[in-house]
Design a protein around this ligand. Structure first.
Ligand SMILES: Nc1ncnc2c1ncn2[C@@H]1O[C@H](COP(=O)(O)OP(=O)(O)O)[C@@H](O)[C@H]1O
Ligand SMILES: [Mg+2]
Length: 226
């Protein structure tokens, strides 16, 4: 089983929450692996930071290339980053890696790139990718000014695409966000899927520590009812 972790924007905590989910599921004795189909921006070693974090947080052995089939050099919009190196993001390559990972694990945590509607090539975007992967989405809301609009717009896009949403996570990006609890309450009143956790601001972000704040009892799968 898998989840696609999307966010209200880039830099809102998708990687932190994805790694926290990997630790939480691993703690339940599950074989888990992270997947970053598309990354824009790589280190000197030609690998992407997010993908490296995901790889470390998983329990299944997988090659870097399986975990991150598209590692595009420039940290810009992915379809542009691909174009700049004469490449094109092809979904079939993503599905091939995904199937390999899914075959070896109980849970695949897929981290999106950017926000939910980001273009991936000239015709397809991240919404198309999630639809075709046919897995539920988890929305990470980076708690900062503007997040109510971003969160509600993203929820609307998820609903419009008829994609299942397993819930949302409030990730506190700043130590002193004004009216934090009122903002969380405003989203709880308007978002019908469960709030899976509130990750506090961490002076030194740590995915294992973040995992403690996820309410794993809310991760119910239809299969478990059978
Ligand atoms: N709860 C938090 N407290 C403090 N810093 C955080 C928190 N969540 C994320 N960050 C920091 O914010 C930045 C963006 O987080 P990241 O998980 O990489 O976001 P994304 O994957 O959405 O781009 C990182 O430097 C990360 O360490
Ligand atoms: Mg990330």
């Amino acid at each position: 089983m898998s989840y696609f972790v999307t966010g209200t924007d880039t830099g809102v905590g998708k990687t932190l929450v994805s790694c926290a989910l990997l630790h939480a599921f691993a703690g339940q004795g599950k074989r888990v692996v992270g997947f970053k189909p598309v990354a824009a921006g790589c280190d000197d070693d030609g690998h992407n930071e997010d993908a490296k974090h995901l790889r470390e947080a998983g329990t299944v052995r997988a090659s870097y290339g399986q975990i991150n089939p598209y590692c595009l050099p420039q940290p810009i919009a992915p379809h542009l980053s691909a174009r700049h190196v004469g490449a094109r993001i092809d979904f079939s390559r993503i599905f091939a890696s995904y199937d390999e990972l899914a075959g070896q694990s109980d849970e695949v945590i897929v981290e999106g790139v950017g926000g939910f509607c980001v273009p991936l090539n000239e015709k397809q975007d991240s919404v198309d990718l999630v639809k075709q992967l046919a897995i539920p989405v988890i929305l990470v809301v980076g708690m900062r000014l503007g997040c109510l609009n971003h969160a509600l717009l993203t929820m609307r896009a998820i609903a419009d695409a008829q994609i299942e949403c397993a819930g949302w996570v409030a990730n506190v990006l700043h130590a002193d966000m004004p009216a934090l609890q009122e903002n969380i309450d405003a989203l709880r009143e308007r978002i019908l899927v469960p709030l899976l956790g509130v990750i506090p601001f961490q002076a030194q972000p740590d995915a294992r520590e973040a995992a403690i704040h996820l309410n794993m009892s809310l991760f119910v799968r239809p299969e478990s009812d059978a």
